[in-house]
Design a protein. Structure first.
Length: 319
């Protein structure tokens, strides 16, 4: 199979039929062999019923329905597990991503050997204050932190080699950082392509202002995990030892000063009245706690088990 198109959605009953027709038209013109995998992330409208109706006439439509809303990352994770295509395309269901971009994205993966190609919505039709400006700030921070020079990390329209989606773990709210996850997994040829962005035709956006706060928090998380996720002792242990040694030498200095004054019969205050004694003690205790944190992190890492992160209610045309 050439292509798998993975589409997470939430309450997009009006968009689904039009998106399906548009995708099938593009696929037929380009003679692609394909499957379309819809992931219904707990919709409360008629989205699932519409997908069921479409699947009755087209077996290439496959679908997963979550028992409740778990988020876009979990939807993508479930979809990636079921893909069979050599190239995987992800896109949103709100008609803001243009299916006409699929052939060019496919060519970049197959002909030019990219592992992942991310869309770049250079010209956007979103609100400037609530989306465009925060998005620019967010993307600038992501570029600086990750070392990946992409303009639009959060664009839903992306193309992947099959090996990429089968070897990355998209969890929490990490769908924004799939290129970073791919890079951390060892896939180095990551590029981007300017894609056409379209104004939302139906409904309203499912993402509020909190997505930017969560995005920056996730950025810190992924930075930490990419550098120390497999070796927490290298961070916490190093800082713990450094702080303990620093506290020890401060305490040694306080003790040496006390002994010197006793030897010279110089009047002095009690050790417990010296603020440096408590500073040294605090630093040593904090160093010990950092070291133990790193040690516990190593134990947890070596004994962790994959937990169930979502529950599937129904599936269509999936083994």
């Amino acid at each position: 199979m050439q292509l798998s198109v993975v589409i997470p959605l939430l309450n997009e009953e009006k968009s689904i039929p039009e998106l399906y027709s548009w995708i099938t038209k593009v696929m037929e013109v380009n003679n692609f062999t394909y499957e379309i995998i819809f992931i219904d992330d707990g919709s409360t409208d008629d989205s699932w019923e519409i997908i069921e109706e479409l699947s009755e006439t087209d077996s290439r439509i496959k679908a997963i329905r979550f028992i409740q809303n778990y988020g876009k990352s979990q939807a993508l994770h479930a979809g990636f597990k079921k893909t069979k295509g050599d190239v995987v395309i992800t896109m949103d269901a709100d008609l803001q991503d243009n299916p006409e971009e699929i052939p060019a994205l496919y060519s970049l993966i197959t002909a030019e050997g990219y592992d992942l190609v991310s869309g770049w919505k250079k010209k956007r039709y979103d609100d400037v204050l609530t989306k465009n400006i925060p998005s620019k700030v967010f993307n600038a921070a992501a570029r600086k932190t990750s070392g990946l020079h992409l303009h639009d990390f959060n664009c839903g329209l992306k193309a992947y080699k099959k090996e990429v989606v089968k070897n990355i773990e998209v969890y929490g709210e990490m769908h924004r950082y799939i290129p970073v996850l791919a890079k951390n997994a060892g896939f180095r040829k990551i590029g981007e392509k300017v894609v056409q962005h379209q104004a939302r035709k139906y409904g309203t956006t499912k993402f509020g202002a909190e997505r930017f706060i969560n995005g920056f928090l996730d950025l810190i998380t992924i930075w930490f995990l990419s550098r120390f996720g497999k070796r927490p002792m290298h961070l916490f242990g190093a800082w713990g030892v450094l702080m303990f040694v620093l506290g020890f030498f401060i305490a040694l200095g306080v003790g040496s000063s006390k002994l010197y004054k006793l030897w010279k019969n110089i009047p002095d205050i009690l050790v417990t009245q010296n603020p440096w004694f408590y500073i040294a003690l605090t630093i040593m205790v904090m160093g010990t706690m950092f070291f133990l944190t790193g040690f516990l992190g190593e134990l947890i890492l070596r004994n962790q088990q994959n937990e169930k992160r979502y529950y599937i209610n129904k599936t269509l045309n999936l083994n």
